[in-house]
Design a protein around this ligand. Structure first.
Ligand code: NDP
Ligand code: MG
Length: 374
């Protein structure tokens, strides 16, 4: 049966890759809804190619069609439509959170690239799944790898998850040089081509902290059982060690095409001759290193925020989003990103049981702290 997909963030790196994957599988999938933020010209091209029943454009502006739905509410509307079976959330940042929660509440499958949703509102997402039958299937390559390694085994068969990290462009730099890294240097990722926010997150390793928290909520494992190892070639996408000592890894060239397709078809696999093929000899050698925690404080801060729970992951995420935007604008140095996160986490504390509104309040306060440091 044809699966009907809504793509939120269709004009971004993941959104565009998803449409190129769907192009090869037009018999299996239809596109019911597309949303973008500001790139109305590309959105118009995608609409002409896919004829979705619903089009949302958050910022509107030049080139937006008067028939499109404008404003942030268009995401939730797209995510909850009756003619949508799977919501691919490829929005960047906490802006994608309400749509994730609404889609889960409406009983949809969410193919989740927007990891910030789960980091900020992991408990609310779990509650929405439990009451409505919605489910999250990760698009993030590490979590897709873990899901594939787990198969249908129960999590009590897991001794630990080993999440791989490329190490980013500053893997071998000393801490002082990393502090002064430029925008161009931070945007030059060694193995992956992605949107600018996640590319900076991969240079600070904040992305790996987001992924540890994402894994905690997705697989229901405590933080003691989630480890990070540096693997510069980005071929082993992650590993699962089981209680009997066996370790399974999922392996392939660094491409988001397979994790996107798998999130749509899980637990089935469908033939796809066009996904890049892995050649073990060409991929050799595969190496692994410890993470240099002292050189990448954003990773430590993020994992600590995850362990603290409550609103702390939301504060970590918001401070990081605000600081990355300021770094990309040239307002703070690269090293200022982790400093801003640390400051926000020390100032904004909220131990109450999180609700959607309390999390958004923590998000706003964290951003204000970071902007106030200018
Ligand atoms: P991009 O910056 O390339 O794309 C972001 C998309 O979100 C664009 O369509 C953009 O619209 C839209 N968008 C931006 N701001 C808003 C907003 N406030 N409201 C609604 N829509 C908005 O990011 P990526 O595709 O790289 O990443 C998307 C998500 O996927 C992130 O959470 C990232 O961490 C995750 N991810 C990405 C990977 C990758 O390989 N790129 C790998 C794993 C996870 P417009 O362009 O029209 O302004
Ligand atoms: Mg990832």
């Amino acid at each position: 049966m044809t699966k009907r997909i809504a793509i939120l963030g269709s004009t971004g790196s993941i959104g565009r890759t998803a449409l190129s994957v769907l192009e090869r599988h037009r018999k299996r999938f239809a596109v019911s809804a597309l949303t973008a933020h500001s790139n109305a010209a590309l959105l118009a091209e995608q609409v002409a190619a896919w004829h979705p029943g619903f089009v949302g454009c958050v910022a509107g502006g030049d080139g937006a069609n008067p028939e499109w739905r404008l404003g942030a509410g268009s995401l939730v509307e797209a995510a909850t439509r009756d003619d949508v079976d799977i919501v691919l959330n490829a929005v960047v940042g906490v802006a994608g959170m309400d749509a994730t929660l609404a889609a889960l509440g409406a009983g949809k499958r969410v193919a989740l690239a927007n990891k910030e949703s789960l980091v900020v509102a992991g408990e609310l997402a779990a509650a929405a799944c439990a009451t409505s039958g919605g489910e999250i299937v990760p698009v993030d390559s590490e979590h897709s790898a873990i899901l594939q390694c787990l198969g249908n085994r129960r999590v009590d068969a897991v001794r630990r998850l080993i999440i791989t990290a490329s190490g980013g462009p500053f893997r071998e730099w000393d801490a002082a040089r990393i502090h002064g890294a430029t925008r161009d240097q931070a945007l030059r990722h060694p193995t992956w081509s992605m949107g600018s926010k996640i590319t900076v997150d991969s240079a600070t390793l904040a992305n790996k902290a987001l992924e540890v928290i994402e894994a905690h909520f997705l697989f229901g494992l405590p933080y003691e059982k989630i480890e990070v190892v540096v693997h510069p070639q980005s071929i082993v996408h992650s590993m699962v060690e089981f209680v009997d000592g066996s370790v399974l890894a999922q392996v392939g060239v660094p491409s988001m095409e397979l994790p996107i397709l798998y999130a749509l078809t899980h637990p089935e696999r469908v033939p796809d001759e066009a996904t890049p093929r892995f050649d073990p000899v060409a991929g050799s050698p595969l190496t692994f290193e410890h993470v240099r925690m002292d050189a990448f404080p954003a990773l430590r801060l993020g994992i600590e925020a995850g362990r603290a729970g409550g609103a702390a992951p939301a504060v970590f995420n918001a401070a990081n989003e605000a600081a990355v935007a300021m770094f990309l604008e040239g307002d703070i140095p690269f090293g200022g990103i982790a400093a801003a996160i640390e400051q926000a986490l020390s100032v904004v504390q909220d131990n109450a049981r999180p609700t959607r509104d309390s999390l958004m309040d923590a998000d706003r306060r964290a951003r204000a702290v970071v902007r106030g440091m200018l």
